[in-house]
Design a protein. Structure first.
Ligand code: ZN
Length: 101
């Protein structure tokens, strides 16, 4: 905890500084149980489940984990906090710095 750095710009975040922001991001697959109808329940799931299992076998552990639940935690300085809030998904910076294939 003594050596915190801003995860965006790398600036040291001193513990006695009051401007320090934590960003917590949770990403998980969202299912809406209300969408399951009686018709769905009557369907034969066996084939679907079989396909799903085959699909999962092709993925490595990391991919599987990412598909189910992923959380991130970042520490930001005051300046980066402002930048982050303006563009939390990095939309404006997308495509910059990386050449398109
Ligand atoms: Zn920063």
């Amino acid at each position: 905890m003594e050596h915190l750095y801003c995860d965006m710009c790398g600036k040291p975040l001193l513990l006695d500084e009051d401007v320090r922001f934590e960003v917590k991001i949770e990403v998980y697959a969202a299912y809406d149980p209300m969408e399951i109808t009686e018709e769905d329940l009557e369907e034969d799931f066996e084939e679907e489940i079989h396909e799903l299992i085959e699909e999962m076998e092709d993925m490595d552990e990391e991919e599987l984990e990412a598909g189910v639940y992923k959380s991130f935690k970042f520490d930001l300085c005051g300046a980066c906090h402002k930048v982050y809030l303006n563009d939390p998904l990095g939309i404006s910076t997308r495509g910059q710095g990386f050449a398109e294939n």
